[in-house]
Design a protein around this ligand. Structure first.
Ligand SMILES: Cc1cc2nc3c(=O)[nH]c(=O)nc-3n(C[C@H](O)[C@H](O)[C@H](O)COP(=O)(O)OP(=O)(O)OC[C@H]3O[C@@H](n4cnc5c(N)ncnc54)[C@H](O)[C@@H]3O)c2cc1C
Length: 472
């Protein structure tokens, strides 16, 4: 469908289901509600070219499956999925919702292609995901384009550049939404809403309430539109919050990345193959604690706790081919003191840190594909795997900043994706899906590809239940 032929919805007519936010969760909800017979409107803040929120930056989705297929290399069953989730969250998860997500994720392998998504064979990389995750051909952008195409074909109405600013509610019931559309405020009526407006990661003042001035140095990997306005609005109306306000998915990002929307190409996966020091040239965490997909999402938080929220990944020539590079070239030097000078770090301190690390390295058989026995002894913090001396010039560094992917503070929901109010009763006609409720399941840590799983599973549930509520 060409840009010019996109239908312009008439927002003054009543809808059965209003979906707020046009990312993965919103489109899964809209498509499902429409298939359930509802008249559906999606309101999306961004312009059409930037539709798809954070979802357009994704590459892969984790899902439960019993056997290998053309696109995954082996089974990934419920127990293993559950064990992985329990490990990263330290067991702090809503088990009913988590198990529902895991079990229902099995359907996604068929549901997504039925709605236009195409798979590709996994690329070689450092994330070890070929067995557990499906990769979308063309990534999240192609996935979102396919969903929009399907939604239009089914008759879902979609308005871009339409930010919902306020919700009118009475006694836990949604009445109408005030949206800013076509340069004016307009009231939208619907029998039910699905809130799929992402987290509040792009709202720096809100992040500062929990992180202080450190949040000024955060880089937001995705859309600037996920400012948590709907989350705040629902909390104001008495929705029950869930999750640690500081909880988030935050990675080590190339410090040269743009403030918003840099996407996947600015993430750095070099950490397990070298050391990381802060601006005082101190190592501060075990760089080889576990497989990178199980650890990459804590590194943003670790860097956020360092002075000035800056750190430096230091590697040598033999590490360079082992990870997917950032879009920015590494800083290169022939010696460690020269590298320190290029980074504006104390040269003696960096040389001391590297020498101390090298002396701590025990002999072992290096294997990036397993939790190998290359580790350190006698240094703090230790490096538990993939520890090799940094001794082969040229030496390289990437400056790192906390890259916030999404926040975990959200809306409490039940198995029908209904938003739970402070009195523990479900709101009558308000459903939530995606980042805005991911904190029910993700409390800390992350499993690569699980953000889409939560959004897809709960988006479909929310769409189904909202359509049912609307009597469609
Ligand atoms: C760089 C990057 C890479 C990632 N890679 C992966 C991956 O490979 N696999 C994975 O599973 N997860 C990945 N994630 C996480 C994943 O993107 C999210 O978990 C998931 O896409 C969230 O979907 P969502 O629909 O909840 O939010 P989004 O896709 O962000 O959609 C929310 C939408 O709501 C709109 N909106 C916000 N407020 C309003 C309002 N008031 N009115 C109207 N519209 C509003 C926004 O414009 C946005 O389009 C990645 C995230 C980033 C940033």
């Amino acid at each position: 469908m060409s840009r010019n032929s996109l239908p312009i919805p008439d927002l003054t007519r009543p809808f059965d289901v209003l979906v707020i936010g046009g990312g993965n969760a919103g489109l899964c909800a809209a498509i499902t509600a429409r298939r359930g017979g509802a008249r559906v409107l999606v309101l999306e803040s961004a312009i059409k070219d930037f539709r798809g929120g954070n979802s357009r930056h994704t590459r892969d989705i984790r899902y439960m499956h019993k056997a290998a297929t053309e696109y995954v290399t082996g089974p990934y069953k419920e127990q293993e999925f559950w064990d992985d989730l329990r490990q990263v969250t330290g067991g702090e998860t809503n088990e009913r919702l988590a198990r529902l997500t895991i079990q229902t994720s099995e359907e996604l392998g068929d549901w997504m292609p039925a709605n236009g998504v195409r798979w590709q064979k996994p690329l070689r990389g450092t994330l070890h995901l070929a067995r557990s995750n499906l990769f979308m051909l063309g990534g999240g952008k192609a996935m979102m384009n396919a969903y929009y195409e399907t939604a239009y074909r089914l008759g879902v109405e979609i308005a871009y550049e339409s930010e919902v600013r306020e919700l009118k509610m009475r006694d836990g019931e949604f009445l109408s939404a005030l949206a800013f559309y076509n340069g004016a405020s307009c009231e939208v009526n619907a029998k039910a809403i699905v809130v799929a407006s992402g987290g509040f990661e792009a709202n720096i003042p809100w992040l500062k309430e929990y992180w202080g001035d450190a949040a000024d140095n955060f880089i937001i990997r995705g859309t600037r539109h996920n400012d948590g306005r709907m989350l705040k609005e629902l909390l104001r109306h008495g929705a029950k919050p869930v999750g640690d306000p500081r909880g988030c998915h935050a990675v080590a990002l190339d410090a040269r990345a743009p403030k918003f929307d840099g996407g996947i190409v600015t993430r750095l996966d070099s950490v397990p193959f070298g050391i990381v020091v802060n601006k005082d040239v101190k190592r501060f965490y075990d760089e080889g604690e576990d497989f990178w997909p199980k650890r990459y999402a804590i590194w943003g938080g670790l860097i956020a706790r360092q002075p000035d929220q800056i750190a430096y990944s230091i590697i040598d020539a033999k590490a360079l081919p082992l990870f997917m590079p950032s879009v920015f070239p590494p800083i290169e030097a022939g010696s460690i003191p020269q590298l320190a000078a290029a980074l504006d770090l104390d040269a003696t301190a960096l040389l001391t840190a590297v020498n101390e690390f090298n002396r701590g390295v025990r002999p072992g058989l290096f294997d990036p594909g397993s939790l190998d026995n290359c580790r350190t002894e006698g240094i703090t913090p230790p490096k538990s795997h993939w520890a090799r001396p940094i001794d082969t010039p040229p030496y390289y560094s990437y400056p790192l900043r906390p890259g916030i992917t999404f926040t975990y503070l959200g809306l409490t929901v039940d198995e029908q994706a209904r938003v739970i109010m402070q009195d523990d009763r479900p709101a009558k006609n308000i459903f939530a899906a995606g980042e805005v409720m991911a904190g029910n399941i993700l409390t800390k840590g992350y499993l690569a590809g699980f953000g889409l799983t939560i959004g897809s599973v709960f988006g479909r549930i929310a769409g189904r239940e909202a359509a049912r509520h609307a009597g469609a």
